[in-house]
Design a protein around this ligand. Structure first.
Ligand code: NAD
Length: 250
């Protein structure tokens, strides 16, 4: 089904993992997709692979923590496509330590990417999204934006929790302007972000804490993004979609 025909989408952190799967899915549903990331070589490969599948995609370098970077990429979207309908704020990274061992620099970098990056993205895209008539923003938070997890990674939790409420606040502000804003809260998803724990005892902890007893797949998050991006979700705004194998239902 081509639910996103004639729509233009921009996905951050789309060179890998959930962002990569999302770029593929949106393109498969008919959207023209701007694949953006810091990892240019991988991002270009995602674009090539989407084109091989018959989709339409472009690559743009974008550090989501850079306001100038956002302005530059939005100018390019406006010049090349003249519209933006879907913004997926997916780029993210994590701190690793408990609070006592988290340096101010690590805290600030995680907040800059995971939290401020979402603010900058919505701000930079506001005018194009409002002009769309089908504007949809999907902010990728986490189960750890709503529960305290393992008691570690404080900056990640703080940032993802902030994304949850920034989503609702902006959804209310744009509710009559034709732009819907929702958050997705993935559980433990098998992507490169989990490479360091793959095959360790920690992976077993993650699966045993998940009622469905397995890690999720990036495509399972991409399916949720495609739904929220499409007119099938035309009455959905300010909501939280948990795709977590039942983790937060306990
Ligand atoms: P990933 O590491 O595979 O992909 C993240 C991508 O973001 C990478 O391509 C990376 O280059 C990019 N990135 C990092 N910093 C950036 C920056 N400053 N500007 C632009 N791009 C940047 O990880 P993933 O698992 O696909 O994560 C995607 C999103 O999903 C993240 O926001 C993450 O917090 C969230 N998430 C992941 C999981 C999980 O278990 N994998 C769970 C919950 C939430």
């Amino acid at each position: 089904m081509q639910r996103l025909e004639d729509r233009v989408a921009l996905v951050t952190g789309a060179a890998s993992g959930i962002g990569e799967a999302t770029a593929h899915r949106l393109a498969a549903e008919g959207a023209t997709v701007f694949v953006t990331d810091l990892q240019d070589d991988l991002g270009e490969k995602v674009v090539a692979s989407i084109r091989d599948e018959g989709g339409t995609a472009e690559y743009a370098h974008l550090d989501v923590a850079s306001e100038a970077g956002w302005q530059e990429v939005m100018e390019r979207v406006r010049a090349e496509q003249g519209r933006l309908d879907i913004l997926v704020n997916n780029a993210g990274m994590g701190d690793m330590s408990p609070i006592e061992d988290t340096s101010l620099a690590d805290w600030e970098r995680t907040i800059a990417v995971d939290q401020t990056g979402v603010f900058l993205g919505m701000k930079a895209a506001a005018a194009l999204l409002k002009a769309s008539g089908h504007g949809s923003v999907i902010n990728i938070s986490s189960i750890f934006g709503t529960v305290g997890g393992f008691g570690t990674t404080p900056a990640y939790h703080a940032a993802k929790g902030a994304v949850r409420l920034l989503t609702k606040n902006t959804a209310l502000h744009w509710a009559r302007e034709g732009v819907r804003v929702n958050s997705i809260h993935p559980g433990f998803i098998e992507t490169p972000i989990l490479t360091t724990v793959k095959g360790t005892e920690f992976e077993q902890v993650m699966t045993s804490w998940t009622p469905m007893s397995r890690l999720g797949r990036p495509e399972e998050i991409a399916a949720g993004v495609a739904y929220l991006a499409s007119d099938d979700a035309s009455y959905v705004t300010g909501s939280e979609l948990y795709i977590d194998g039942g983790y937060t239902a306990r």
